[in-house]
Design a protein around this ligand. Sequence first.
Ligand SMILES: Nc1ncnc2c1ncn2[C@@H]1O[C@H](COP(=O)(O)OP(=O)(O)OP(=O)(O)O)[C@@H](O)[C@H]1O
Ligand SMILES: [Mg+2]
Length: 305
Amino acid sequence: MIEVHNLTKRYGAHTAVDDISFEAHPGEIVGLLGPNGAGKTTTMRMLTGFMPPTSGTARIAGFDVLTDSLAARRQVGYLPERVPVYPDMTVAGYVSFWAKLRGVRNPRARVDAVLEQVQLTDRRHTLVRNLSKGLRQRLGLAQALVHDPPVIILDEPTIGIDPQQVIEVRDSVRALGQQHTVLFSTHILSEAEQICDRVLIINRGRIIAQGEPAALRHQLQPGQHLYIQIAGASRGEALRLLERIPGVDSVRADDDGYRLRARPDVDVRGEIAERVVKAGFRLLELRPVAMTLEDIFLDIVGRGS
Ligand SMILES: Nc1ncnc2c1ncn2[C@@H]1O[C@H](COP(=O)(O)OP(=O)(O)OP(=O)(O)O)[C@@H](O)[C@H]1O
Ligand SMILES: [Mg+2]
């Protein structure tokens, strides 16, 4: 549904999106995950025809965004980072305005259907200026959905809204995934993990990792991570002891204890316990630590810089 090949965008000498390629299939929710300035918005603007690529190609439902831009745009609904709002319009008026702009047939019925879908029917006569940020976001979603496009592109839809509304927006994104191909961006790892079928991690304009959230975690986090507390040993003694254990890749001090990474194929726990006791120290704690995607992300983003 979305096919991107070697897409690049330069602003002068600065490369904002650097030779990225990916696909999103029908019914798939794909997350574009990356920190500030990674190139998420730039990518989305090229896919939605707001900005031409410097090089490379992108197709939406088979239509090239550059050479067949009108047809491509018809296939996609876009919720931009900042939703353009017309404060003096009513909710229904706003959606109806977009329906006409999009050339929707039978706009009245469609507006009703979309307001129902984003649960704004009871606000249809409310002025846009009086909507909370979260409701405005839903209105933006209505605008993106009004022409019933197969592809929906959402740029950080949960940014700046309160936690309850974040949950609602995440639910609507998930629900959209049943009927549409969805590409959405976020810089929140747990959000990508919760919502997406597949995640693309983008940093400095490049896709540095991609896959199913669980597989990605596995792939990016080889080995086991343990937390250990030892009493009676100096920091130097403990570090030396732990580093010498076969299978241990790295050890570092962490709070009152130590974080240790070991090869995935060796269970080092027995050996740790035995050596600590033998050396005359006491083992206070030994437990696996689950690395969050956040840790992993910081780890790879850090390595890339
Ligand atoms: N119109 C522009 N002119 C020049 N540089 C730009 C322009 N728009 C974006 N950039 C630069 O391109 C890079 C990518 O920006 P982009 O907005 O795509 O990132 P982003 O991932 O959406 O970030 P954020 O999480 O802050 O929204 C940044 O370094 C940004 O400063
Ligand atoms: Mg952005």
